[in-house]
Design a protein. Structure first.
Length: 244
């Protein structure tokens, strides 16, 4: 008996939701991909779980860092065609897998009703340990639990339906970034300048990096080579999980 061919992600979706732990997470790993989606007419929403208040490299006052990073993320989103940016305001560096976090992500899934959700892989990536920040893995696992079963189950978090009127919603596919088992590459060569514009919006995080473009370009070139793209192409990669 021949195994069926692997399922491919949808070529186009009407709505996508990106759920990431910190401001700039989506831009390092996925801004090029998001730019291709918005160019194709997909409505994209960002949900950032923390304000990134534990980030930075200089003496910016801690009480200023969170608001500053919200401003930077909003500007970065606009660079790739995203205007709906939401923040949950959880503490940076202290995320835990809680029912409250699952509920808060489920709420936004039901509000946005995306066919596609992009988030961080919940798996530790030992070859790229920097990708496996505990907050990243916590958000990835929380988002997967929100996708299945919470957001689609009308009896999960009944207050979302009973008090807020948010009907259950089933997400069709989840794209996991920074995954050790990436199986899908997006060619972002033609939109890479938009990705760099988004990244450079995060001045509080990357303003001191003289080699930012070279570093990110080398990383994306390796992604492209490992997934069989022609020489000279750049790619962002994901593990696509079909959830419907």
């Amino acid at each position: 008996m021949t195994a069926p061919p692997p399922r491919r992600p949808a070529e186009h979706v009407e709505r996508a939701l990106c759920v990431l732990a910190h401001p700039d997470d989506v831009d390092f790993g996925s801004a090029g991909t998001v730019a291709t989606w918005t160019a194709a007419g997909t409505e994209v929403t960002y949900l950032i779980v923390t304000d990134g208040d534990a980030g930075g490299f200089d003496d910016t006052p801690r009480d200023r860092m969170g608001p500053l990073r919200r401003e930077e993320q909003t500007a970065a989103a606009k660079a790739v065609g995203v205007t709906d940016v939401r923040f949950l305001g959880y503490p940076d560096g202290r995320l835990e897998l809680t029912l409250e976090l699952r509920r808060d992500i489920s709420r936004v899934i039901r509000q946005v009703r995306p066919q596609r959700v992009l988030t961080s892989s919940p798996e530790r990536y030992y070859e790229r340990i920097g990708a496996s920040h505990p907050d990243h893995m916590t958000v990835g696992e929380s988002t997967l639990r929100a996708v299945y079963p919470d957001a689609r189950n009308p009896f999960a978090f009944p207050e979302l339906l009973g008090e807020e009127g948010l009907e259950a919603w089933t997400v069709s596919e989840v794209w996991l970034g920074a995954s050790p088992r990436a199986d899908h590459a997006v060619d972002v060569t033609d939109v890479v300048e938009l990705k760099f514009a988004a990244l450079k919006s995060h001045v509080s995080q990357v303003g001191h990096l003289d080699d930012l473009e070279a570093f990110v370009t080398g990383w994306m070139a390796q992604n492209a080579r490992s997934h069989g793209l022609p020489d000279g192409r750049l790619a962002e990669t994901f593990h696509v999980v079909h959830t419907a």
